[in-house]
Design a binder for this molecule. Structure first.
Ligand code: TXA
Ligand code: MG
Length: 316
């Protein structure tokens, strides 16, 4: 099989209705989608990604009224969060309906749900009779895809169709928060800044890392290129490793090196997030001995960028 790339929403819908898996665009990263109510279809997602079964999937809906199909109970603040951030890059982990299959939630009694803010994704979800379970469309542990071509490069022989919605506008995955024992906890930094969320529901505590991680966003080695990655002072790292072919991930400065990806010449952390994963992929295929990355200012999506870089680096 070799995936077709196209913009045909009805073709994607027909494939999904037949139990096939389809890559879909969202505003954050591309997802690998299946009918969330079809165990056999969801299993194909796990197989294609080689994802461990203990790692639950996010359920995507196209309409607020559909929340009740997957969520059993809306805790305090949930509706205010949906009003403020949906459609958009915020996933809420909430008590699940019994009808959501265990394979989607890895047997947990909660489900992660979000409404993506991408016109093609919304059109598709609104055309379908069921929600879509979708993790990022990358092999487990690797950098997430932000273009249709990224998906084709890595999973193109495992899926029939990639719905092409252009480059992702946000570029890092959704922020995930969950309701546990009467309070909201942060599981993963992402496309919705934590300060914006706290503006709506007050302070959100950091979830503790667990033996079986609640969110593999919480797994230490994740989002990782194959090339060793180091985060820190780029000028110092370049001197320390003089003679090596070094690829640099820089915020706004052009460094003299084997390859350099400047994420935002104008110094905008949100623009930098948009380009982060494409830059990591480009450096990972440009024959570097190592990749070095700067730390980003914490405003806006800078905190999520630093989180992804830290996890990508701790792979070694
Ligand atoms: O932006 C995104 O969230 C993208 C797009 C495609 O929507 N999706 C995404 O999915 O990043 P994935 O599978 O790569 O990461 C989803 C994270 C996982 O770390 C998973 O553990 C967590 O969500 N998650 C899902 N359901 C959960 C639950 N019931 N409890 C705790 N964590 C959950
Ligand atoms: Mg992922």
């Amino acid at each position: 099989m070799k995936a077709t790339i196209g913009t045909d929403v009805m073709r994607a819908a027909t494939l999904l209705r037949s139990g096939a898996i389809v890559a879909i665009p969202t505003e954050t990263v591309y997802g690998l989608a299946a009918n969330a109510f079809d165990d056999a279809a969801v299993l194909k997602v796990f197989e294609a990604k080689q994802r461990p079964s203990f790692d639950p999937l996010i359920v995507h809906i196209g309409d607020r009224a559909r929340v009740q199909d997957v969520v059993a109970e809306l805790p305090i603040g949930a509706e205010a969060l949906m009003d403020a951030f949906w459609p958009g890059p915020l996933t809420l982990v909430l008590p699940k309906q019994r009808t959501v299959p265990d394979i989607v939630t890895s047997g947990l009694d909660t489900v992660g749900v979000r409404m993506p803010a991408h016109p093609l994704a919304l059109e598709l979800l609104r055309a379908l009779e069921f929600p879509l379970a979708a993790p990022s469309a990358n092999p487990f542990g690797y950098v997430s895809p932000t273009t249709a071509q990224h998906v084709a490069d890595q999973l193109g022989d495992r899926i029939a169709y990639i719905l092409d919605g252009g480059p992702c506008a946000i570029g890092v995955e959704s922020t995930i928060i969950g309701w546990e024992e009467g309070r909201w906890l942060l599981y993963r930094l992402g496309g919705t800044p934590l300060e914006a969320i706290e503006g709506v529901i007050g302070s959100v505590a950091q979830a503790r890392e667990r033996v079986l991680p609640a969110a593999p966003g919480m797994l230490e080695s994740h989002y990782a290129p194959r090339t060793p990655l180091f985060v820190g002072n780029v000028q110092q790292l370049l001197q320390q490793h003089a003679g090596k072919r070094i690829g640099v991930i820089s915020f706004r400065t052009e460094y003299e090196s084997h390859a350099c990806e400047v994420l935002s010449p104008t110094g905008d952390p949100n623009e930098a997030a948009q380009h982060l994963f494409a830059a990591l992929r480009a450096l990972d295929t440009s024959d570097c001995d190592m990749i070095v990355a700067e730390r980003f200012p914490r405003e806006g999506l800078g905190a999520a960028i630093n989180d992804r870089l830290r996890r990508a680096a701790s792979a070694r």
